[in-house]
Design a binder for this molecule. Structure first.
Ligand code: AHR
Length: 506
């Protein structure tokens, strides 16, 4: 258990870590990425033919290197909202035959010069697994089955042969497939009611699993705490729901997708907003249990996990999607991202995957220009988490003052605490403890008694800056990682508006 006890503002905070109390395995896939045909994510982001920084495939080498540094295990593609009018066949085969199409999610033009085979090749170079999202807008089940066959089949069938004809003999073995994206959203091409979506998702899921039973299917949820989430889970959680037969001992859907973006103009409302995302995981997880209980799903059917396949700080008014959503992230946003990630570690038991939206240029930690790459403030905590917060999550008890002002959304205040010290801990498979601490207070450093830390050499990684509004640009990197060490004796000072990762051999 991770617990928080509020103390007076002038009290002495403490953190107790229990290295021998593992809570749950942290799924590596929580460090997933997302590349959508949107703004400069694909074109000018990962794919930039003609640029001297690109390889013979037109892939930006600096982007590939950054993805490798981040050790991104899985990348979602091709949308997002984009997918609602995407026909995958437009993006395969000789480039000169590929049609240009109007693009209705972001009101652009899709040249289709980058498609399935290019994405798969890019994933292989990066060393990451592909995760494909199906077109639930203008797409058909036939098309979806064709895409699955193209990617995964070894048989002598039409789409498998088309893949061979396009130069790829071996199947791509794409494991993760999403049953649409944000189908509930009024901005969606062919928005669906929850009833219509559930019917369609159930039928598509059945057919897709008949073609390839090894795939992991991801249901389109909403925020994790809506009636849509409850309804679609209840209708689709297992084969047997509609009494249509199927094998009750197998799951029909394996994961439930949720999306949460946060943002606020004021630092503390901004930095504590991701506490709502953590609450969303808890609520979605309860809905999964409820759907299983109501449907009498046998315990032998593995429990569905949550696929948090879009998360980040994003204010769509400040950085509109139609203009490429190029957010400029501040130190406050980096602290918000730390709180998101701490929440993922604390809720590791329920989280099967999470994908930062997005990987390049669009609401992203990484921004390309023609001469290189800028690592925004949010890159740095993300990098530290991905490097060190793997293995198992570990129990922590935190005593600290709490921020008691306005939250965004307001319901956070009533449902989950908002400590100034936001903490999570993990132990890696080789026995390294990592303690992640975000001090959200913009005025006050905290001297904290850290119990459970081993005296000796504790490595210290700090992300901070002059004030919460600082940002990185191509000319100046104001926020990065500072490395130092601590002997583990006495109190540790967590500086104001900072993120710190302490690491020691347990
Ligand atoms: O990530 C940007 C957009 O946000 C995605 O296309 C969509 O799914 C969400 O609304």
């Amino acid at each position: 258990m991770t617990s928080f006890t509020r103390i007076a503002d002038e009290g002495s905070p403490s953190i107790i870590v229990h290295p021998d109390h593992k809570i749950a395995k942290i799924n590596d896939n929580i460090y997933g990425g997302f590349t959508e045909h949107m703004g400069r994510c694909i074109y000018g982001g990962i794919y930039d033919p003609g640029n001297p920084l690109s390889d013979e495939n037109g892939f930006r080498k600096d982007v590939i290197d950054a993805m490798k540094d981040l050790n991104v295990p899985v990348v979602r593609y091709p949308g997002g909202n984009f997918v609602a009018t995407y026909h995958w066949l437009d993006g395969v085969g000789p480039r000169e035959n590929r049609p240009k199409r109007p693009e209705l999610a972001w009101l652009g033009l899709e040249p289709n010069t980058f498609g399935t085979d290019e994405f798969m090749k890019w994933c292989e170079i990066v060393g990451t697994e592909p995760y494909l999202c199906l077109n639930f807008g203008t797409g058909t089940l036939d098309e979806a089955l064709g895409w699955l066959e193209y990617c995964n089949s070894t048989q002598d069938t039409y789409y498998a042969n088309l893949r061979r004809k396009n130069g790829r003999e071996e199947p791509y073995n794409v494991k993760y497939w999403a049953l649409g994206n944000e189908c509930w959203g009024p901005w969606q091409v062919a928005q669906l009611t929850k009833e219509d979506y559930a019917k369609k998702a159930y039928q598509w899921a059945k057919a897709l699993k008949l073609l390839d039973p090894s795939i992991v299917l991801i249901l389109c949820g909403e925020t994790g705490y809506s009636s849509w989430d409850y309804y679609v889970l209840k209708e689709c959680v297992t084969w047997s729901v509609h009494g249509l037969g199927g094998d009750r001992t197998k799951s029909l859907i394996d994961m439930h997708s949720i999306h949460v973006y946060t943002a606020d103009k004021e630092h503390l409302a901004n930095a504590t907003a991701p506490r709502g995302a953590e609450r969303a995981i808890q609520m979605a997880s309860a809905l999964i249990d409820l759907a299983r209980i109501e449907n009498g799903v046998p315990e032998t059917v593995p429990r569905q996990t949550i696929c948090f396949d879009e998360w980040n700080v994003w204010d769509p008014i400040r950085a509109p999607g139609e203009l490429g959503a190029e957010e400029k992230y501040t130190l406050s946003d980096a602290l918000a991202v730390s709180v998101f990630l701490n929440g993922f570690i604390r809720q590791a038991k329920d989280l099967g995957m999470a994908n930062i939206a997005q990987s390049i240029n669009v609401i992203s930690p990484l921004m390309t220009n023609k001469d290189g790459i800028v690592k925004q403030t949010i890159w740095w905590p993300l990098l530290l988490f991905s490097k060190y917060m793997r293995g198992h999550s570990v129990a922590v008890n935190v005593r600290a003052p709490e921020y008691t002002g306005r939250t965004n959304p307001a319901w956070i205040r009533a449902t989950i605490e908002t400590p100034y010290l936001d903490v999570s801990a993990s132990i890696s498979d080789d026995g390294h403890m990592s303690l992640a601490v975000a001090n959200l207070n913009e005025e006050k450093a905290f001297d904290v008694k850290v119990e459970g830390v081993k005296k000796g050499e504790v490595k210290v990684y700090t992300v901070d800056g002059e004030n919460v509004d600082v940002a990185n640009t191509a000319d100046e990197q104001k926020v990065g990682i500072k490395e130092s060490s601590w002997d583990g004796v006495g109190k540790f000072r967590f500086g104001k508006h900072s993120f710190t990762l302490l690491r020691w051999k347990a």
